[in-house]
Design a protein around this ligand. Structure first.
Ligand SMILES: C[S@@+](CC[C@H](N)C(=O)[O-])C[C@H]1O[C@@H](n2cnc3c(N)ncnc32)[C@H](O)[C@@H]1O
Length: 504
């Protein structure tokens, strides 16, 4: 993934890649420990990571309540194991961060103190800038014996150079603040507040009298020329009493607002109605990522998210005209974020377009028989169901023998009126059963037949690496008995894209 210095644009390669050092607009599917090792030193401007937390609340390995969740929890059963897991990854992240860059580590109070100690060691205590407190919920139904946990912590470090990128961000003043500070209104309706023009230290050369108004004992803070200029612009406030002092007007419409502090309570978590919601419990709001990206990078800078889930940081970076690199270990997450980048950002997923400086690519998806044999079962199920154009079951515990459903193309047609005794078109669906085994056998087919009878489906799909001859004989016998079709598909057939023929 690291590249040699960029070649001069030629007719054959007309446009330079986004960076002469590394490929951007790429999602890498794999363990970030391996992917990061291939990146050159000091190559990214902003890193955001949101690893699975060391807390029961948020252990989901992307899909929420799955049977893999337990195994995932066990992996980080204590904080030491969590930090041991994260440390080598953070070593790599610290290596790839530019000196002028920024590193945001999203976690919560279960691990934040341990994370800080680890990052102090890797990035330097002096490069710690803030612990950002994001108020992610107002509810605290879990809190009967303590105060409710309502916030996440985002540890913000910079890369070591005093001239690190930081763009101050402002929020609008609150209504209360405006009411109490901007109560003065000009003839043209502009609200303003006033500030005195007293010099903080004695300035004997600025003790001039202006239009009969006396200077402060220390002198004015501005020269006579500036005073005259402000006066001409109508920006001076003259008290009625000439013993009072001239003040300067600060207009509300010229003020940038209040600088953001480290407590962010204005970004709502994604509720069930949020337009950007994809349905994954760990998805973070775009606004949260936008704030960090706006503050700590500029257009065309490179943003890296090494635990990028459904791609919130990548979408935010793309929308803000930054370059980006995403890494996630879950092939399903990578497919979901690819769809999001296509749908939300209108970015084409295409190798030729990416080479031409547009579009993006997903690399290293484990789409070989060997790799598919070893990915976690829930990933395998998702891969198989999605490959068939089906919809995976979200709940994989107690799935009643169904791993996904296919809604035949005709089922999406305009609904027609239901005839007596006829199912509505949209109600037609076919079950998909997936077994990550070398050979599905007769008992597996028997169990799927029971599902098809129970659900009264005319057709169903069974995916495995291979089928025993008993299993195939039983599929034929089932058709003769019930006129219901079980389509047996091997993984190799799906990879060879022979499915279209079988799906027909
Ligand atoms: C909490 S989610 C990130 C959610 C993300 N911020 C979003 O808004 O969509 C954590 C992600 O880290 C991924 N992950 C866990 N371990 C990983 C590893 N070693 N390498 C790469 N990704 C990993 C998981 O698959 C999961 O998608």
């Amino acid at each position: 993934m690291a590249k040699k210095a960029a070649a001069k644009p030629t007719a054959a390669s007309p446009r330079l890649k986004s960076s002469s050092l590394l490929d951007t607009r790429v999602v890498y599917c794999g363990d970030n420990l391996e992917s990061l090792a291939k990146l050159p030193d000091a190559c990214v401007d902003l890193i955001y990571i949101d690893p699975p937390f060391n807390s029961n609340r948020n252990y989901e390995a992307f899909w929420g309540e799955t049977k893999e969740k337990r195994a995932f929890e066990d992996r980080h059963e204590n904080t030491k194991a969590y930090i041991d897991y994260m440390r080598p990854r953070c070593v790599q992240l610290a290596r790839v961060l530019k000196k002028t860059g920024s590193f945001y580590y999203h976690c919560d109070s279960h691990a934040s103190h341990y994370v800080k100690v680890m990052l102090d060691g890797l990035l330097g205590e002096n490069n710690f800038q803030n612990e950002i407190i994001w108020k992610r919920t107002s509810s605290h139904s879990d809190a009967k014996r303590k105060f409710g946990d309502q916030s996440d912590s985002i540890m913000f470090y910079t890369g070591g150079d005093a001239k690190y990128t930081f763009n101050p961000l402002y929020q609008p003043y609150s209504q209360e603040y405006i009411k109490s500070h901007y109560s003065n209104v000009d003839a043209d309706g502009r609200q303003y507040t006033t500030r005195d023009l007293r010099s903080p230290s004695p300035r004997p050369n600025l003790t001039y009298e202006y239009k009969g108004y006396k200077p402060h004992p220390n002198g004015w803070s501005i020269s006579r020329e500036v005073m005259e200029k402000l006066d001409a612009e109508g920006k001076l406030y003259f008290p009625k009493d000439q013993d009072g002092r001239i003040r300067i007007k600060n207009y509300l419409d010229e003020m940038p607002g209040t600088l953001f502090g480290n407590v962010w309570d204005d970004i709502e978590p994604l509720n069930s109605q949020a337009a950007e919601r994809l349905g994954y419990p760990t998805q973070k709001p775009l606004a949260l990522l936008e704030r960090m990206i706006k503050a700590s990078s500029n257009e065309n800078d490179i943003v890296l998210d090494a635990f990028c889930g459904c791609g919130t940081a990548l979408v935010a970076a793309q929308n803000l005209k930054r370059q980006w690199i995403g890494i996630d270990i879950s092939p399903t997450a990578c497919r979901v974020m690819a769809k999001r980048l296509r749908d939300v950002c209108g970015l084409p997923e295409s190798e030729p377009l990416w080479r031409a400086g547009r579009g993006f690519v997903v690399r290293d998806l484990p789409w070989t028989v060997e790799k598919l044999r070893v990915i976690p079962p829930f990933e395998f199920e998702n891969w198989a169901v999605i490959a068939l154009g089906g919809i995976p079951n979200k709940v994989q515990v107690g799935d009643m023998g169904i791993d996904g459903r296919i809604f035949p193309v005709s089922a999406n047609a305009t609904p027609r009126k239901k005839q007596e005794g006829e199912l509505l078109l949209q109600e037609r669906w076919y079950p998909i059963q997936v077994k990550q085994k070398d050979k599905a056998g007769r008992p597996d087919i028997d169990a799927f037949e029971a599902v098809m009878m129970r659900e009264d489906c005319e057709k169903g799909f069974f995916i495995s690496f291979d089928f025993s001859s008993d299993a195939l004989t039983e599929i034929d016998a089932f058709f003769k008995r019930s006129h219901k079709v079980i389509v047996a598909l091997t993984v190799q057939e799906i990879l060879d894209e022979q499915i279209a023929r079988k799906l027909a």
